[in-house]
Design a protein around this ligand. Structure first.
Ligand code: SF4
Length: 478
């Protein structure tokens, strides 16, 4: 049943410290040398997680795996793909979380159940994982990780599900929250999206085989063709008999696709929830120009996720676009560094200002979001130090006031600058001459069905109730 819930005054870490990661998934079925293909696919999804990566492959009889901390290239630098033979495989890039930076949590997770080995990889965050975990622990189960994803292995291994038809669907239907899953046995892969469709997951075709990917941007780079998105609440199984589809969603479950994927997370060349990300972001820029026009000399982007919106703003306002910031591409995305001290340090070396471009100019700077405010205030001060006469900051999402329970890492209300400050207070804190956030209406304007999206971090209307006892206690407490 669909329920919304406004959670006010939430002020604490959620569940076991922070919500679990939003990550990248890549799977292959029916293509020889699956491992190097998964490696390439994970490279294309690197923007979805930089803390760790892993690959599990099967040659039809034996399952092998390799995983580690760091970027995909680092994890596989010393690894020969000859050690990972097989035509079936799944891979994962991990988005960082505090308190869970343990190698055991790097996915895919692999476990031996009574009926063989299963591997799983997860993107999203389960809001009832704590309850499920306690239930299994009380009956004697031992967990190897602190990841919410592991509960799926316990559900699959549970004789109550194991010996019954539609076992995987039944297990998936026990889970609440946001999940796109890849599962693998020695001779099949399965892909599933939660009934609300929070996180993306798509199917592609390459030769006689199949690809599953979190984002379609990974497909052309390996010569694969996009086939379709996995439908919310659908389980797709691929094995020697072909592709089978089944559903585990309750009829009438409303969609709640994460709009933040379009704002920030996804790659511009991905087709996400039916729309190209770059085109959506440039419409956000146009909309910002309509909602917050200002006299200025140049428009600049805060790269990279502000690029498309800056183009849209410039085109609509007819104020020239220029390169005010140059990004160092060898520094990870600030937002997804695991610890706050890493975030602060990385901000300092990530962007360089071009004084030749901004000096003496009235500058409109377009960014995708303001979360904590520390990065935005630094960027504005860099522009001023470089001689910008005025700095007008435009943000292609509404003020983020509420934590996300579904896998995006802005976990505490107190860390969100817009949760306690007015827009005018934020403008003053940042040192901008003006500040404009896109309206919620503008955010949803590129889409025909505006109710198909989760906007909880802006509105506090949570599409899936936080069911976990521990979360509830914390909500009551704060
Ligand atoms: S709360 Fe925000 S970030 Fe989280 S799923 Fe909803 S739209 Fe996405």
């Amino acid at each position: 049943m669909y329920r919304t819930r406004t959670i006010h005054g939430f002020h604490a870490m959620i569940c076991d410290g922070k919500p679990k990661e939003s990550c990248g998934l890549f799977g292959v079925y029916g293509i020889n040398d699956a491992a190097p293909l998964i490696y390439q696919g994970l490279f294309s999804l690197q923007h979805r997680g930089q803390e760790g990566a892993g690959v599990v492959v099967s040659d039809g009889s034996k399952i092998r795996s390799h995983k580690g901390f760091g970027l995909v290239g680092d994890v596989f630098a010393e690894k020969s793909f000859d050690d990972l033979p097989g035509h079936i495989g799944i891979g994962h890039v991990r988005y960082s979380t505090t308190g869970s930076s343990r190698i055991q949590n790097v996915q895919p997770l692999v476990a031996e159940c009574a009926d063989g080995i299963w591997a799983i990889a997860h993107n999203g965050n389960l809001v009832n994982a704590g309850d499920l975990r306690r239930m299994y622990q009380e009956s004697g189960a031992i967990f190897q990780t602190s990841s919410d994803s592991e509960v799926l292995i316990h559900l699959l291994a549970d004789p109550m599900y194991r010996n019954r038809p539609r076992r995987v669907e039944r297990a998936l239907s026990e889970m609440k929250g946001a999940f796109s899953f890849l599962l693998m046995t020695k001779d099949s892969i399965m892909a599933a999206r939660d009934p609300h469709g929070f996180r993306p997951l798509s199917i592609g075709r390459l030769k006689d085989g199949y690809i599953i990917t979190s984002e379609t941007c990974a497909l052309p780079l390996i010569g694969a063709e996009f086939v379709r998105d996995i439908t919310p609440g659908e389980l797709v199984t691929i094995d020697k008999n072909g592709v089978h589809s089944s559903t585990f969603a309750e009829p009438g479950t409303p969609l709640a696709q994460c709009i933040f994927e379009h704002i920030y997370f996804a790659h511009p060349d991905s087709l996400l929830f039916g729309k190209n990300v770059h085109m959506v972001r440039s419409r956000y820029g146009k909309r910002l120009a309509e909602e917050y026009p200002v006299d200025a000399d140049i428009v600049i982007a805060v790269p990279d996720s502000g690029n498309s919106a800056a183009l849209g703003y410039s085109r609509h306002s007819e104020i020239p676009l220029d390169l005010g910031f140059i990004r160092n591409h060898y520094v990870g995305r600030t937002f997804i560094m695991p610890e706050d001290h890493q975030r602060k340090k990385s901000v300092d070396i990530k962007l360089a200002v071009l004084p030749e471009v901004v000096k003496g100019k009235r500058v409109i700077a377009i960014d995708d979001s303001i979360v904590r405010g520390n990065t935005a205030s630094k960027r504005i001060s860099y522009l001023r130090e470089a001689g910008a006469r005025e700095v007008h900051f435009r943000i292609s999402c509404p003020p983020i006031k509420y934590p996300c329970f579904y896998g995006i890492d802005f976990p505490t209300k107190k860390e969100l600058v817009a949760s306690s400050k007015s827009i005018e207070d934020i403008r003053r804190m940042l040192g901008a001459d003006s500040l404009g956030y896109i309206s919620l209406e503008g955010l949803l304007s590129p889409f025909e069905n505006k109710d198909d999206f989760c906007t909880a971090c802006f509105t506090g209307r949570y599409p899936v109730e936080v069911a976990d006892d521990q979360c509830k206690k914390m909500l009551e407490h704060y």
